[in-house]
Design a protein around this ligand. Structure first.
Ligand SMILES: NC(=O)c1ccc[n+]([C@@H]2O[C@H](COP(=O)([O-])OP(=O)(O)OC[C@H]3O[C@@H](n4cnc5c(N)ncnc54)[C@H](O)[C@@H]3O)[C@@H](O)[C@H]2O)c1
Length: 428
């Protein structure tokens, strides 16, 4: 596994748990040294235990020596990052191409090179070109095997995926991959073999569709707020239609994370190159970018436009529960905006302090829910951690009653109001 991040580490550990010998490689030596000491650099439920188990039984290894690791492997997964370029919305593929160049110098016998990273259509063709400059075509096959795991549920998603998509134009590598994945196929995962380009596009189309569902329900929630309708009724009513399905139909803050924001922009940029206008996805991106403004305007209304010196607490700052990932979390927009307006922000997150807020005035971390909400004017439930689902606000903080803005619709409005709190939520 080249790249030992959320995808590379989880996939590597799971492959080793299935009985394969795995080397997880990363150029970040600190990360590799931590892992060699049995410490996992990211928060993902169940991951530490699985790493320790497979590291101890020596099926899982960690290395920063890319050349030797390539030489010692038959199957190579590229799992490096594909972030958005600094200018424009396209994917920055420099990490992918650096690895491809390194591969072209180190391949000693037939290898299957697989992109597990999310890469735009035709990236596989480019990797093939880079490799062909240095090695003969019968020494490698380039395959696309996009990863669909979700942070927070990554291990379960890897072991019980809905589908495994393998895009290869080469029969031999398809056969080998099918056998690598056979323990998952035998548990019910669909194995879909497509062309390489189709596999690349399936990943972007899927993420864009899910982002569309979230954005769609968020906009409907705006309408519910004006028409005295409960968005939950709409989500259930729509979700019971099997053609629609209930998942990703929960109203809340803007979608964030390491995938949806960057992948929606990247597919638009890819399509633009082919002179295709993906107008639906363009609207989704625009709507999502405006989502934090809508929620912030609600905050201003709740506080009657008096933000200066107001004590605001954020419960949860990661983009979703069960991960420490802050990439493109809507808290990164909301907290700085409120701090610039003079609010005094405290936050608590089960995954601890975040250096992302270091440079903002009056933003501080508290190490417990209680400390973070004591004396607050407004408590914002930003992330749907289980830790926040059964707080007895009344018992936890005596005296002053704060306002609660539940951006995840965790609580029942009537129950919270009966405890004497002013309570706002989304689309209800
Ligand atoms: N995070 C997710 O939930 C998720 C889910 C599905 C797909 N993906 C895709 O998988 C890819 C990886 O995402 P991630 O979240 O795991 O990223 P990440 O940033 O957590 O990890 C990438 C790792 O690659 C390493 N790296 C970069 N260049 C390297 C090189 N030349 N040699 C060795 N290591 C190198 C980095 O140091 C880093 O540790 C992205 O394309 C992403 O879109 C992510």
């Amino acid at each position: 596994m080249i790249g030992t991040g959320y995808v590379g580490l989880v996939s590597g550990v799971c492959f080793s748990d299935l009985g394969n010998d795995v080397i997880c490689v990363d150029k970040d030596i600190k990360k590799i040294n931590l892992l060699k000491k049995g410490k996992v650099p990211i928060y993902e439920p169940g991951l530490s235990e699985l790493v320790l188990k497979n590291y101890k039984n020596k099926r899982l290894n960690f290395s920063s020596d890319l050349k030797t690791s390539i030489k010692n492997s038959d199957i190579i997964f590229i799992c490096v990052g594909t972030p958005t370029k600094k200018s424009g919305g396209s994917a920055d593929l420099s990490q992918i191409y650096d690895v491809a160049k390194e591969l072209s110098l180190s391949i000693n016998k037939f290898k299957i090179i697989i992109t597990k990273s999310t890469v735009p259509v035709t990236t596989g063709d480019e990797i093939e070109k880079i490799l062909s400059k240095k090695i003969s075509k019968n020494r490698f096959a380039v395959v696309s095997n996009p990863e669909f795991l979700r942070e927070g549920e990554a291990i379960r998603d890897f072991i019980y995926p809905d589908r495994i998509v393998v895009g290869s134009n080469d029969k031999r590598s398809n056969r080998i991959l099918k056998s690598l994945y056979s323990p998952l196929i035998s548990k019910g995962a669909h194995y879909l073999h497509t062309s390489r380009r189709a596999a690349e596009l399936i990943k972007y189309a899927s993420n864009s569709f899910l982002a569309t569902k979230i954005t769609f329900i968020n906009e409907i929630a705006n309408l519910c707020e004006k028409t005295d309708i409960n968005i939950e009724d709409i989500s259930i009513g729509m979700g019971l239609d099997e053609r629609i399905g209930s998942r990703f139909l929960r109203a809340g803050p803007a979608y964030g994370g390491s995938c949806f924001p960057k992948d929606t922009k990247a597919i638009i940029s890819t399509a633009d190159k082919f002179k295709i206008n993906l107008s639906v996805i363009k609207s989704v991106v625009k709507s999502n970018e405006n989502r934090s403004n809508i929620l912030l305007n609600r905050v201003y209304d709740i506080l009657k436009k008096k933000i200066k010196n107001k004590k605001i607490t954020f419960l949860g700052v990661t983009f979703k529960a069960n991960t420490d990932d802050m990439r493109d979390s809507s808290s990164l927009t909301m907290i700085p905006t409120l701090s610039k307006k003079g609010a005094l922000i405290r936050y608590y997150d089960p995954t601890g302090y975040k250096k992302d807020f270091e440079k903002f005035k009056n933003v501080s971390y508290e190490n417990s829910i209680k400390k973070s909400i004591e004396g607050s004017d407004l408590v914002i439930i930003h992330t749907e951690w289980n830790d926040f689902k059964s707080i007895n606000f009344k018992n936890l903080v005596k005296g002053k009653k704060f306002i609660i803005y539940d951006m995840r619709n965790i609580y029942s409005p009537t129950k919270i109001k009966s405890q004497g709190f002013k309570y706002y939520s989304v689309g209800r």
